[in-house]
Write a protein that binds this ligand. Structure first.
Ligand SMILES: *Cc1c(COP(=O)(O)O)cnc(C)c1O
Length: 384
């Protein structure tokens, strides 16, 4: 995994490569069946299904598309409202906006960067249809509270679980707690198939319709199972199934699920321990993992004093050939967010905390030597 390149420059991210992918890819190529739902798709989905105990896991072309499928399954219509945090990726909102929904953003908690569960209920109106939660950095939202609110008001819960494959909340796997869970296997995530994702259907009731939506609105799956004698267009749908080539690339990573996770966790723990002193001296803040939650080390972030300090620190890292990045301009302050959504209540933490957050390099195979170099850079910076 470690090559000379990293002696010169420490990348922010790189996707796992396990050295057998070529063999799997050639197997698919030679089989002549490179479209979706073949052997590797089946293998990947069954591993995920076992790991999550979800009623059904379907591989998709992306997490964005898994979110879109969720929005269709929630029957989101024009002018329905969906509650979500503003501190997230555009896809969380896109999926619902595509169905005509209005987005209602609520503030985040400053400790986890997750939606503040205490602010959800006051944002509910008679148009609210769903709550979309994002488990930021692979750390769970306060799901018991959120599920209770959803039950009380008869709302769907969609988990944007792009960051948290393998994280848990009170022993439940994230993505398997709400009605739908959406995984990402994009290159930047813990497990990757280039572009791809999965939808977790947590109730058997949604399986049949989900299979139809994923297959352009046809009952093709039933036809192949011999349950109907011809296949036809039965519902609205799209093309949400990935190619076998992508699934073949993902397979070995899923077989090495724990190995990849443990490698990341070990880098995460190393960062945390090494930076604790800077946090104790109140120079930076470190991530917080609530009691009862385990995470998958999707990212390691620190928070600086403010935006000015973060900008200087990024420059310092760049000077030392280390790529540290920030992300997510809060959606409510983006052009599309202003058009398609509104912020309910006060933005106390969303903007302020998003401007302080800086992600440090994190990937499978990140060497201890490089983590040390990154940590040293931080100590030097704060000595000044
Ligand atoms: C990466 C990401 C997505 C989109 O994932 P794709 O698989 O690229 O569509 C959605 N939500 C969050 C929170 C993400 O980080």
């Amino acid at each position: 995994m470690k090559d000379n390149f990293e002696d010169v420059c420490i990348p922010f991210n790189r996707s796992p490569y396990l050295d057998i992918e070529e063999e799997y890819l050639m197997k698919v190529v030679k089989s002549g069946k490179i479209s979706g739902d073949g052997e590797f798709t089946e293998l990947c989905s069954s591993i995920l299904q076992k790991k999550t105990s979800s009623a059904k896991v379907l591989l998709t072309t992306s997490c964005t598309h898994a979110l879109e499928m969720s929005a269709i399954l929630c029957n989101i219509k024009e002018d329905d409202e969906v509650i979500m945090p503003s501190y997230t990726f555009a896809s969380t909102a896109d999926a619902f906006v595509g169905r005509g929904a209005k987005i209602v953003f609520v503030d985040i908690r400053c400790d986890t960067m997750n939606i503040d569960e205490k602010k959800i209920e006051e944002a509910i109106t008679n148009k609210t249809k769903a709550i979309a939660v994002v488990h930021y950095a692979g750390v769970a939202c306060e799901m018991d509270t959120i599920i209770n609110i959803a039950k009380k008001h008869n709302l769907f819960v969609v988990e944007d679980a792009a960051h948290c494959i393998g994280s848990t909340y009170k022993d439940k796997v994230l993505g398997s707690i709400g009605d739908f869970g959406c995984y990402s296997f994009h290159e930047t995530k813990n497990y990757s198939m280039g572009e791809g994702g999965a939808i977790l259907l947590n109730s058997k009731n949604f399986v049949e319709r989900a299979e139809i939506i994923r297959e352009k609105g046809t009952n093709r799956k039933k036809f192949f199972r011999g349950q109907v004698d011809k296949y036809t267009w039965v519902d609205f749908g799209s093309s949400y199934l990935p190619s076998e080539l992508n699934a073949a690339y993902l397979y070995e990573q899923l077989l090495n699920f724990d190995k990849i996770k443990e490698d990341r966790i070990s880098s995460w723990n190393y960062y945390y321990k090494a930076l604790k002193e800077l946090a104790d001296r109140s120079l930076i803040s470190l991530p917080f993992i609530p009691f009862g939650c385990t995470h998958d080390a999707h990212m390691f972030y620190i928070k600086t004093k403010d935006l000015t300090e973060r900008t200087k620190l990024i420059e310092e890292f760049k000077f030392r050939n280390i790529l540290a990045v920030f992300h997510y301009v809060p959606l409510h302050s983006s052009p599309a967010g202003k058009r398609f959504g509104r912020f309910h209540g006060k933005d106390i933490h969303t903007t302020k905390e998003s401007e302080r957050l800086l992600r440090l390099p994190m990937y499978y195979g990140l060497s201890q030597k490089n983590v040390t170099k990154i940590v040293d850079t931080l100590y030097n910076f704060y000595k000044k």
